[in-house]
Design a protein around this ligand. Structure first.
Ligand SMILES: Nc1ncnc2c1ncn2[C@@H]1O[C@H](COP(=O)(O)OP(=O)(O)OP(=O)(O)O)[C@@H](O)[C@H]1O
Length: 355
């Protein structure tokens, strides 16, 4: 381990504790599957978000530091930057740059704040997420599959640039290894590709699936998990697919997105791209590299006709109550044995080589 890098990344525990007012409730930004997140300010005025990891991970200091070093090396304008870490006893803190506009879900699903994100801004975010994912999938030194891409994991900076957060569940791969099988499924209901949710198979294409759900949510302004149309509960993917087939895709667009003809073209194209991402057949889903070409509307790129999406939501509603927006962990034997886990520990970030 490169000790000089460790020194640069390691923050004094008491300093961080003080910066968050002793992890006070007033400073609490939210709580995720890994623990609570607190706002803080360092002596030089820099805003930070401190993730205080749940204490039951049992991970050694050395392993923890190794993981932090790996994550800190990932730098891209569409990824939330990990500034460093702090440890004391069983306490483990991750220190991130602070994102003043919080997460995307707090805009697009909020009846008032949704108006702050017009189509231009949403389109910029859709493109930004695609660039961040492409970096994770193809351009960083290691291949990374996020595995829990969703609206609450997209943070927004002061200029509303999209920054992908929560690499806690990402896995690192050697470049030639692009697929994995796991019995520990960690993701969020509504965004998980069916082959991952049901058989534990994950690949860059399971991230592409989640990206497609996210794009469709940004256009409709509704959550995949509780989509409504004319007072009826529907399944977002089935609804999008049916509307597309019927030539009535317009009716799924969030009315708040007032459209000129130029943006309408981009919105319809984005619905098309979203549908390509959520196709049932994994091989038919485009890669992030082709998605970026499609989004940029390169005229030589003709979009393929989408095939049927996976109606995962419709057929396999888990028979368990869902706790908030939280991630679920289930055995690879299927949804019947799904169980909710609120305290997924960060051991999963250390899995560098897939099984
Ligand atoms: N760097 C940050 N800057 C500003 N706010 C942040 C930052 N990181 C997290 N938050 C806030 O803290 C909340 C909790 O974050 P966290 O990533 O732990 O949970 P989550 O994404 O809601 O759930 P999960 O752990 O299931 O992914 C987020 O919704 C976000 O509003």
């Amino acid at each position: 381990m490169d000790m000089s890098t460790v020194e640069i990344l390691q923050y004094n525990f008491n300093l961080v504790k003080g910066a968050t007012n002793d992890f006070s409730d007033d400073n609490k930004l939210g709580e995720g599957g890994f623990g609570a997140v607190y706002k803080g300010e360092l002596g030089d005025g820099q805003g930070i978000a401190v993730k205080r990891l749940a204490k039951d991970s049992g991970q050694g200091d050395h392993e923890f530091m190794n993981e932090v070093l790996l994550v800190a090396k990932l730098q891209h304008r569409n990824l939330v930057r990990l500034l460093g870490f702090s440890m004391e006893g069983s306490e483990r803190l991750l220190i991130y740059e602070f994102m003043p506009n919080a997460s995307l879900d707090q805009f697009i699903f909020d009846p008032t704040k949704c108006a702050l994100l017009d189509w231009e801004k949403r389109y910029k975010i859709i493109k930004g997420i695609a660039k961040g994912l492409l970096y994770l999938h193809e351009d960083s030194r290691l291949m990374i599959i996020h595995r829990d891409l969703k609206a609450s994991n997209i943070l927004l900076d002061a200029e509303l640039n999209a920054k992908i957060a929560d690499f806690g569940m990402a896995r690192w791969f050697k470049p030639e290894e692009t697929q994995g099988d796991t019995s520990q499924i960690v993701g969020t209901y509504g965004y998980m590709a069916p082959e991952y949710a049901m058989h534990g198979q994950f690949s860059v294409k399971s991230d592409v699936f989640s990206y497609g759900v996210l794009v469709l949510e940004m256009i409709t302004g509704q959550k995949n998990r509780c989509f409504r149309y004319e007072e009826r509960m529907e399944d977002l993917l089935s609804f999008a697919w049916k509307s597309w087939q019927d030539g009535t895709a317009m009716k799924m667009i969030d009315p708040i997105l007032k459209m000129g003809s130029h943006s309408l073209h981009d919105i319809i194209r984005s619905i098309h791209i979203g549908l390509l991402c959520v196709q049932e057949k994994v091989v038919e889903r485009p890669t992030m590299a082709s998605i970026i070409l499609m989004l940029n509307g390169i005229s030589t790129v003709t979009l393929p006709v989408p095939s049927e999406p996976a109606f995962f939501m419709g057929v396999s509603e888990p028979q368990v109550p869902l706790l908030h927006e939280h991630s679920l962990t289930m055995s690879s034997s299927g949804l019947g044995r799904a169980k909710i886990s609120k305290s997924i520990n960060y051991v999963s970030i250390s899995e560098i080589v897939p099984r």
